[in-house]
Design a protein around this ligand. Sequence first.
Ligand code: FBP
Length: 269
Amino acid sequence: MLTGADEAISRDGKILILAYDHGLEHGPVDFEPVPRTADPKVVFDLATHDAVTALAVQKGVAEAYYPDYEDEVTLLAKLNGTSNMWSGEPDSAVNWSADYAAEVGAEAIGFTVYGGSNHEIEMIEEFREAQETAREHEMSVVMWAYPRGQGLRNASDPNTIAYATRVAHEVGADVAKVKYPGSSDAMEHAVEVSGRTKVVMSGGSKTDDLDFLRTVESAVDAGAKGLAVGRNVFQRKRPRAILDALEAVIFEEESAEDAVELSGPEPAD
Ligand code: FBP
């Protein structure tokens, strides 16, 4: 990894990536809680919130919508991705090159590596090409470091998550995005072994405001530099309110309890 290479997607050294590649990864079912989020414009508008340091999208969405937002949004090009219709050993198709992402205006690339998959070798080789090309364009490199595969009994085991952050560091990621390993101690260990690679927590499926903010607070207290989040923002009826609260926890080091006051109660259906 390259010290300082994450600057384009950081604010005061902290990171809040809004992830919106779910249409590919999970399908339109993820837009059902708030149907207007099927329209990428709605999420690009959200990404103009001050708390958001980058928006992660796939190629087609970037090509269609980024030209209208290039002055207001930092683009993170999620280079690979797979649909939920794929049922084989975890793998992720590379859908665009880092060169083309730079042409579209991306300041960072995102790349999934399923450590432990039977496809790990190919994925790491594909990551190498993307990472080295990203360096030519001075783009930040974020790894979605998701241990997953038939050989792994428990992909969220703390030692497995720590292994994932270390692999991300060894192969040159500036930022490793990992699932929360279940406790602040486990997150601390994952951060300790990640060298100078920054660790951010992955949002996960939508939970209650306070539970979610407490988990984020615990990850930040453990040394994580922030969050890469999708559903816990865009599946809320008032997504800007949770971004206000996340800004308080991540950038202003406020407690989850204080921050939740900013998000207020989620309106009923
Ligand atoms: P969420 O915050 O909604 O979990 O999004 C983070 C993310 O990594 C997305 O970029 C991606 O679409 C999704 O999770 C993949 O999740 P999984 O592989 O666990 O289904």
